[in-house]
Design a protein around this ligand. Structure first.
Ligand code: FES
Length: 156
């Protein structure tokens, strides 16, 4: 399929242009699309498929292979609750349940206002400080349920 004459959005078109529409750069292109939208919108994947002349099924298989890609809208802030053994024995489940209640979502879900996405991880290598909650890469150790609301309040 030739992309000439096909309409692609300005953003995706410009990302494709940055990589000279090289099929081999599919992963990097998807990373840039995700950086733009915070996830991989279906329309954008179709535009990438058309723009690179790569089957949509191939684009989807790459998009679903890498855990870092998301096909669902994600929040502006990513919360990770460590459920590794050390954090677990120090009460990580109570911390997770408190966050779930506060935000009204379960792990792997995003709040309706697209403010927070909640995920869990298994050990982030800071066991001595558990239980650990990580928001946008920032670690908070020795978490207690009464520290959750002040922590969430820090984010817009
Ligand atoms: S188990 Fe949570 S940091 Fe290791």
């Amino acid at each position: 399929m030739n992309i000439e004459g096909k309409k692609v959005t300005e953003k995706v078109g410009s990302i494709l242009g940055n990589y000279q529409r090289e099929k081999g750069m599919l992963v990097s292109i998807l990373q840039d699309v995700q950086a733009e939208y915070n996830y991989l919108p279906k329309d954008a994947l179709m535009e990438v498929s058309q723009g690179l002349d790569v089957p949509l099924s191939r684009v989807y298989s790459v998009a679903t292979f890498f855990k870092s890609f998301s096909l669902k809208p994600r929040g502006r802030h990513l919360i990770n609750v460590c459920l590794g053994t050390a954090c677990h024995v120090r009460g990580a489940v109570r911390i997770l349940e408190k966050i779930e209640r506060e935000l009204g979502i379960n792990p792997d879900e995003t709040t309706e206002d697209l403010k927070f996405t909640l995920e869990t991880v298994n050990c982030v290598g800071a066991c001595a400080l558990g239980p650990i909650v990580i928001v946008d890469g920032e670690y908070s150790g020795e978490m207690r349920t009464d520290k959750i609301i002040p922590l969430l309040d820090k984010y817009d």
